[in-house]
Design a protein around this ligand. Structure first.
Ligand SMILES: C[S@@+](CC[C@H](N)C(=O)[O-])C[C@H]1O[C@@H](n2cnc3c(N)ncnc32)[C@H](O)[C@@H]1O
Ligand code: SF4
Length: 501
């Protein structure tokens, strides 16, 4: 078998890549590595090659040939020939990724990438599997460094996070008894420039009410079926969007329903992502507190007014301080604040300023996201330069120094595609203030029911910790129309879970 694949690098703009279907087994692996070096690359059809050439765009072609286990990669004069012989498909995929990585590193003259060829969203899951097999910290560290080519700093971060999570992971028996619930409120006052989450501008009041009615019907049906089946609800998380963009009476109606249908003795954690300060009032905070939401988020993203204005968060920096102070007065003792590294125009010092504000306010949790640019955001990836990647890298280094003196420790971590500077998202907490939901949801060792528009349910098979997923419709009107069917499907799933025990 002799296959030729073409990737076209356009150095004057966005790189274009072309791979025919033939490489299906390894296609994603190759693409994942190309993306590490060329975050902005786009797939292109063979037909477009002529078009690029007609526009006199300077392009180069990567050729890939595979002859059984022997592969050849070529860009211009550069050539690499290697064999990929592994014990199984996973190992072959990793060996191929290592070779493509080495070749592109040499070709681009880029320095090492901090996460090497670790391209999945949840690197922690790989480490937990090794810990289940009783591998030592040294063995796991060696594997991350040698097999995945991760650098020392990220290896240590991953080991620290997973060690901290171990006591919170459920045993197989516990995971058969306990579940968590996610509720989606997909409304926002306006859309932030970077955001790629499913969030609608607040619809007309009638549609909002209809949505709440249906969401509460889903809560009731799932809550009752879980009780009948003897399942316990361990955590509830209301996210979005921005749940506090609901009016005060709507919020009270929602929380009353959540308490009635999903509350109970077993509920160990109840979080509401309040989110944008411009949606939060003292009355709303009081409602959240009265209905026993123990944990809330108030998200600055940044403490710089110029950045808030640039990203379309229509509130002042002062509003962040005011709302935070109000939440403390109302009695919240578990507050999370989200920050983002890499926001438009921010320097390393700007980010350090935001960190100083966090150190001063001392929320129990701080989650540091790295800006990820997806197609659904208003910002486009080609607006970001290599220089910004370097700034983001410097911000993360600065954060590590900052952590030393503050008492925050990392407790959950995940990665996304299209992140600037090839970093990660990390949740930090003051010791003892870990969010259970964040750990359970990230590590995928508990069944989580997703209720409402666009939410995903993840059903865990405790025998081998594999997952099956199913998602509710992303469209509000469609969700409202299909609610009976959505409920029936969930109830059927709960019955099935009982049968397989
Ligand atoms: C689902 S959003 C909801 C939060 C809430 N609506 C707010 O804006 O405060 C959760 C968090 O994801 C982060 N986020 C959203 N879009 C992002 C992006 N493109 N890159 C990095 N982080 C992002 C933000 O920090 C945000 O607070
Ligand atoms: S970041 Fe939050 S408030 Fe902004 S659009 Fe996304 S979900 Fe809505």
């Amino acid at each position: 078998m002799n296959e030729h694949d073409k990737c076209v690098l356009n150095h004057s703009g966005i790189p274009h890549f072309y791979l025919p279907e033939a490489h299906n087994a390894y296609r994603q692996a190759i693409f994942d590595v190309i993306r590490i070096f060329f975050p902005q690359f786009q797939w292109t059809e063979e037909a477009s090659l002529a078009e690029l050439s007609a526009q006199q765009i300077n392009v180069e072609t990567i050729q890939m040939e595979q002859n059984e286990q022997t592969w050849t990669l070529m860009i211009g004069e550069n050539r690499s020939v290697f064999r990929v012989e592994g014990l199984d498909e996973n190992q072959c995929r990793r060996l191929l990724k290592q070779e493509v990585y080495a070749f592109l590193q040499q070709y681009t003259k880029q320095k090492e990438h901090p996460w090497g060829i670790m391209t999945g969203v949840r690197p922690t899951k790989i480490v937990h599997r090794c810990l289940d097999e009783k591998q030592s910290k040294e063995e796991i560290s060696r594997m991350l460094r040698q097999d995945y080519l991760m650098n020392e700093e990220k290896t240590n971060l991953l080991l620290e996070v997973t060690a901290r999570q171990r006591p919170f992971l459920l045993s197989r028996n516990e995971a058969e008894e306990k579940v968590s619930i996610y509720l989606s409120i997909p409304f926002c006052p306006t859309r932030c420039a970077y955001c790629s989450f499913p969030a609608f501008s607040l619809p007309k009041p009638k549609l909002q009410e209809e949505y709440l009615t249906n969401l509460l019907r889903e809560c009731q049906a799932v809550g009752e079926a879980l009780k009948t089946s003897g399942r316990q609800i361990q955590t509830v998380y209301i996210g979005g969007g921005t749940p506090t963009s609901l009016s005060e009476p709507q919020l009270a109606r929602l929380l009353e329903g959540v308490q009635r249908y999903l509350g109970g003795e077993s509920l160990a954690e109840f979080t509401v992502e309040a989110g944008r300060p411009d949606t939060i009032t003292r009355e709303k905070l009081q409602i959240l507190h009265d209905y026993k939401a123990g944990r809330i988020s108030i998200n600055p993203q940044t403490f710089l007014q110029k950045t808030l204005d640039a990203i379309g968060r229509r509130h002042s920096v002062d509003a962040i301080y005011e709302v935070y102070e109000m939440a403390r007065q109302v009695g919240f003792d578990s507050i999370n604040m989200d920050l983002i590294t890499g926001l438009t125009g921010e320097t390393e010092d700007d980010f350090a300023y935001s960190l100083e504000q966090i150190a001063r306010l001392k929320p129990e949790n701080v989650t540091v996201h790295t800006l990820a640019i997806k197609r659904t955001a208003r910002l486009a990836l080609n607006q970001f330069s290599d220089e910004q990647s370097r700034v983001v890298e410097a911000m993360h280094k600065r954060m590590n120094q900052w952590l030393d003196g503050t008492g925050y420790v990392p407790y959950y971590l995940y990665r996304q595609k299209h992140m600037i500077g090839d970093q990660e998202n990390t949740g930090y907490c003051l010791p003892g203030k870990e969010s259970l939901y964040n750990i359970l949801m990230m590590e995928e060792r508990q069944t989580i029911f997703g209720l409402g528009v666009g939410s995903t349910s993840k059903y865990v098979n405790t025998a081998d910790w594999t997952l099956t997923q199913s998602s509710n419709p992303k469209d509000l009107i469609f969700y409202n129309q299909r609610i009976d069917e959505i409920i029936d499907k969930k109830i059927e799933k709960i019955r099935e879970m009982c049968k397989t025990e």
